[in-house]
Design a binder for this molecule. Structure first.
Ligand code: ZN
Length: 144
């Protein structure tokens, strides 16, 4: 098994909902909210700063594409785009990834990105294989 979770073929096979030439969208195994996804580079690079211009362009394209899919798939009314650049900022997996977290108006939560990514992630539970597949398939159907 590879040391990096985002380079692990098994993880990708279980969780990928979409891919482009240089990037992937995967469902987060420990979602903060239903539909919580990650956009990751296919290439193992430590963080955003290491992406090529083409990779940056694809990531921006995928944020837009995934946001629209989340509105259809989980009725998201908005979403947060969050990432931690570097260990000092709270990055734990050193393979570039951005969190896309669907949000609802009714939540009335004012998000401090630092809180979301530090506190919320500590308390989240891992999805069962069935729930992961269900969440992945529901999103994959709505991304076009
Ligand atoms: Zn990696």
């Amino acid at each position: 098994m590879p040391e990096c979770v985002f380079c692990d073929e098994q993880v990708i096979a279980e969780s990928q909902i979409y891919q482009t030439k240089l990037s992937r969208i995967i469902i987060d195994k420990k979602p903060i909210a239903p539909g919580h996804c990650l956009i990751i580079s296919k290439r193992h690079v430590p963080s955003f700063s290491y992406l090529s211009p083409d990779e940056v362009e694809e990531v921006a394209y995928l944020i837009k594409k995934l946001g629209l899919a989340l509105m259809r798939a989980v009725r998201a009314e908005g979403y947060n785009v969050l990432f931690n650049e570097g260990v000092a900022a709270g990055q734990t997996v050193t393979h570039f990834h951005i969190h896309i977290i669907p949000r609802q108006i009714e939540e009335r939560v004012h998000v401090n990105p630092k809180d979301v990514l530090a506190d919320a992630m500590k308390s989240r539970a891992e999805l069962s294989p069935d729930k992961l597949k269900e969440a992945r398939d529901r999103l994959a159907k709505e991304i076009y």
